[in-house]
Design a protein around this ligand. Sequence first.
Ligand SMILES: *Cc1c(COP(=O)(O)O)cnc(C)c1O
Length: 456
Amino acid sequence: MSKQTKFQLDENQMPRFWYNLQADLPKALPAVLHPGTLKPVGPDDLAPLFPMALIMQEVSLEREIEIPEPVRDVYRLWRPAPLFRAHRLEKALGTPARIYYKYEGGSPAGSHKPNTAVPQAFFNKEAGVKRLVTETGAGQWGTSLAFAGSLYGLEVEVFQVRVSYDQKPYRRAMMETYGARCIASPSDATVFGRSVLAKNPNHPGSLGIAISEAVELAVQRDDTKYALGSVLNHVLLHQTVIGQEAMEQMRMADVWPDVVVGCTGGGSNFAGIAFPFIGHGLRGGPKPRIVAVEPAACPSLTRGRYAYDFGDSAGMTPLTKMHTLGSQFTPPGFHAGGLRYHGMAPMISHCKELGLLEAVSYNQVECFEAGVLFARNEGIVPAPEANHAVKGAIAEAMRCKREGKAETILFNLCGHGHFDMTAYQKYFAGELTDEHYDESELAMALAGLPSVPEPV
Ligand SMILES: *Cc1c(COP(=O)(O)O)cnc(C)c1O
């Protein structure tokens, strides 16, 4: 067994294609439905929102989708990303398990999000688009799209969820550094935003509301499209560079994971590390356990219903079948802002239904505790979202210790926490508490799910 700590690929080992799990699924994804007609949508229905190249990726059944050379050129700024063995953390835990982590915090935005922001901006630019509108939770996605937009000369407007706009002023400064415009959501810039503010002028905002505002603005102008940082098939597709590289690096380390762990907000970084392993298993390779970790305060995969729902709060997006807490649900304002989404990627939801992955949830205090232990042994201060993956990996390592098993654990460290130090300050001051969602609000949001006849 190697004592090596860092596994680094060279540039020409960077993936040349994105891996599409849809090609290997034993059962096709349920249809996406038009919000008005409830009939399956075709590519043309999505054309006001996205350029055709991305729509075709969304519905593609091809296993390998080529990464354009200009996109690979930008990826080279931070890819291939390193894989580390967490020797010191293993020792601190006294576990016989081997823990490896893939680190995505070395990108310009400090997370995995530029992996999809760059190709999204690229394909929009190719299609002649001038302006992109989007939403952001914790600010990472807005930052990533602002960065990608600046590379291609695209205007970028970002609706940032109010709580994180207030909690994370540096994120906004970073978006503005890249030339983007940032608006706190709910805002008075849209009809929907004004309707939310009329009911509650102090609304903390949610990703669902911010998505509605961005979509409303995007469909008003022909030169403007919408960009989403997670959830959609093409976004998950772009993130598969993570898992493909990790597979190559596990081969370098001469081991294969027994467990693959990632945190899930909308599901993109988790899909990025997990889908190449799931596909490899479906094609006859070894089948590691695949574990999704979500916050107990926004538990779509563990507590949500698998049903058709809107991706936004205003009901403007197509309906997808997914694990959802209801598009009217507002999660409490806990610190992993990137995990505060009412739904889950349809692809991940589908995999969960097919038994291809498991899900667990943890509270934020235990996740910060795990993140601090990780930082003190491995050096990197994880993003609050990434703390969930760290906690999930540590829980697996402690199980191995109890069972006396030397399993191999791989997790995705999706971003660093340098813009989240307020949350760490609160944790050290003992002011961070476990936020609980309102059970009656959840019941109401679930009761309000759109009724959709089960398509055949
Ligand atoms: C956005 C974000 C997430 C959540 O999004 P996913 O699509 O679930 O990956 C998690 N971690 C970090 C660091 C993020 O920026």
